[in-house]
Write a protein that binds this ligand. Structure first.
Ligand code: PEP
Length: 249
């Protein structure tokens, strides 16, 4: 089993005015004082990306985006293309988050097209998958997630350009998390899928996301094949996010 450098990525969702940039400045100082043994990324709203990149220049914090369009450019009012993000210095882009799948009706084929666009622009795609509570209760969680991977992860995915985020929909923003056994089973299934399909699938990072907090991060991050976290609510506060990174100190 190859050693995998974990990634802890913060998803700010649609939160953050310019005043929130102070959190990124603070996080930068916290990480400089006490570096974690994990990569670290913050994905603020589009409006803060340029400023966030300037603040984090030369630091251990990578800046990501929360979505991109599937086309390089075009007549798509209100959308943002992957090359525009790359041009700013963005490193990662979250693709297929459950809130995009729900709010904007994004299905697997669009998610795959967006991931391809991200790859073409040189970005790493954080591709999100996860079952609903009804699907888990029906015993369909593993099948659903593997089907999402099949439909969402491009054929040219590799450990450098793609990161999988397993986020059970019912654990996002709810304060509920799955049993560690259930996380272990899912991450093992995702690992097997990736290893079968991709040459370096054994090295691709598989993040867990869904109500990761300072108090549960140590336990969640110690589960086999959990190679980091995608953190929503708790990433908005630099102190909480830094405390989550303690799992890797
Ligand atoms: C997320 O937005 O991807 C997420 C996991 O949110 P939260 O940590 O708030 O559950």
């Amino acid at each position: 089993q190859p050693a995998i450098r974990p990634l802890v990525a913060g998803n700010w969702k649609m939160f953050g005015l310019r005043s929130a940039l102070a959190q990124i400045e603070r996080l930068r100082a916290l990480l400089a004082a006490n570096p974690p043994g994990a990569d670290c990324a913050i994905c603020p709203p589009f409006t803060l990306i340029d400023a966030a990149i300037k603040i984090t220049a030369g630091s251990a914090i990578a800046i990501g985006a929360q979505d991109c369009h599937s086309a390089d450019e075009g007549a798509h009012t209100g959308d943002i293309a992957a090359p525009m993000l790359a041009d700013l210095g963005v490193r990662h882009v979250i693709i297929g988050h459950s809130e995009r799948r729900t709010d904007h009706g994004e299905g697997d084929s669009l998610v795959m097209a967006k991931a391809c666009a991200a790859h073409k622009a040189g970005l790493s795609a954080i591709i999100c998958v996860g079952e609903t509570l009804a699907q888990r209760d029906a015993g369909a969680a593993l099948d659903i997630v593997i089907k999402q991977l099949e439909g969402s992860v491009p054929a040219k995915a590799n450990a450098a350009n793609s990161i999988i985020a397993y986020e059970p929909v019912w654990a996002i923003g709810t304060g509920r998390t799955p049993q560690t056994d259930d996380i272990a089973q899912m991450h093992q299934a995702i690992r097997s899928y990736l290893t079968n399909r991709f040459e370096d699938g054994g090295s691709m990072r598989i993040l867990y996301g869904g109500s990761v907090k300072p108090k549960n991060a140590g336990e969640l991050m110690s589960v086999a094949h959990v190679n980091g976290a995608l953190v929503g609510g708790a990433s908005l506060d630099s102190g909480d996010f830094n405390a989550i990174l303690d799992a890797y100190r």
